[in-house]
Ligand binder design. Structure first.
Ligand code: 6PG
Length: 262
């Protein structure tokens, strides 16, 4: 399947806006999407470690990335001793809770590795949410290299897309969409009736690579609205993901892309 390198969207005036910078890569099915995602993350790790001596990676939760993490665990080329593992978001639950994104990564990746990564920086979902957010931001600022802007830079931020347009735990209507002066936020999310921890736009958009995985027909309408509809980031928060100098790539399967007009 040749990669579709760009899609055409419409800005507020309805003018065509070439989203060429939002590379859309369509895989035939979920299995090939998972394989492509693992390959892209492994490749990014090799380049980051070769050029900068470390790979700073933020992982997503949800149901899509688990099989990607299982493939990464089996990839002998990745030097985990140079990898710092972070999360893009977390549910405010203990680390052994069924809803925990840390537990997802522990079961599909960490427990399967021959040796531990250099750093596993867990979001402490068991703490009071705001305390956990402030603590995580401090860890990020200590570990990641900061840019001239003062904002730390991940080598790769992995994200998903909810059918309501959320990404990480940046949900429609949530206050964390407005945050410009913090890297990590704690938010009560009405839709799930729970507190969540999430990286904020400033930190996500400082990323060197941002990879958004989208699988399944249930996401087709949302993906079309996000990529080919007008910018409405308050309604579709993933539209607020615009790496300032990094690369954004959408890696989707054919079911999710079925409504995308070529
Ligand atoms: C989470 C995720 C969330 C996820 C989307 C897509 O904590 O749930 O970080 O942002 O990526 O909801 O989830 P699926 O992969 O299950 O479609």
């Amino acid at each position: 399947m040749t990669a579709q390198e760009s899609v055409i969207g419409h800005d507020e005036a309805g003018r065509n806006r070439d989203l060429a910078k939002n590379n859309l890569i369509v895989q035939p099915n979920r299995v090939e999407l998972v394989q492509a995602a693992a390959g892209m993350i492994a490749a990014a790790s090799l380049i980051s470690i070769d050029q900068r001596g470390a790979f700073n990676l933020a992982l997503a939760g949800g149901s899509t990335p688990g099989p990607v993490y299982e493939l990464l665990a089996a990839d002998s080329e990745i030097d985990w001793s140079r990898c710092n593992i972070f999360w893009s978001d977390e549910r405010c639950v203990p680390p052994d809770h069924a809803e925990s994104n840390y537990r997802l990564v522990r079961e599909t990746l960490l427990d399967r590795l021959p040796h531990a990564p250099a750093l596993v920086a867990r979001m402490e979902g068991e703490l009071p949410p705001e305390k956990a957010a402030r603590s995580y931001e401090q860890v990020i600022r200590e570990i990641l290299p900061a840019q001239e802007s003062g904002i730390p830079r991940f080598d790769l931020v992995l994200l998903g897309l909810g059918d309501d347009g959320h990404t990480a735990s940046l949900f429609p209507g949530s206050e964390s969409l407005q945050i410009t002066d913090r890297l990590v936020a704690a938010d009560y999310v009405r839709k799930v009736d729970a507190f969540r921890l999430t990286l904020t736009y400033p930190l996500i958009n400082a990323g060197r690579h941002v990879l958004i995985l989208v699988s399944g027909a249930s996401k087709a309408d949302t993906l079309h609205s996000v990529l080919q509809g007008p910018p409405q980031p308050w309604k579709f928060p993933v539209q607020g993901v615009h790496p300032r100098s990094g690369q954004l790539r959408w890696l989707v399967d054919a079911d999710a892309a079925q409504n995308i007009r070529q």
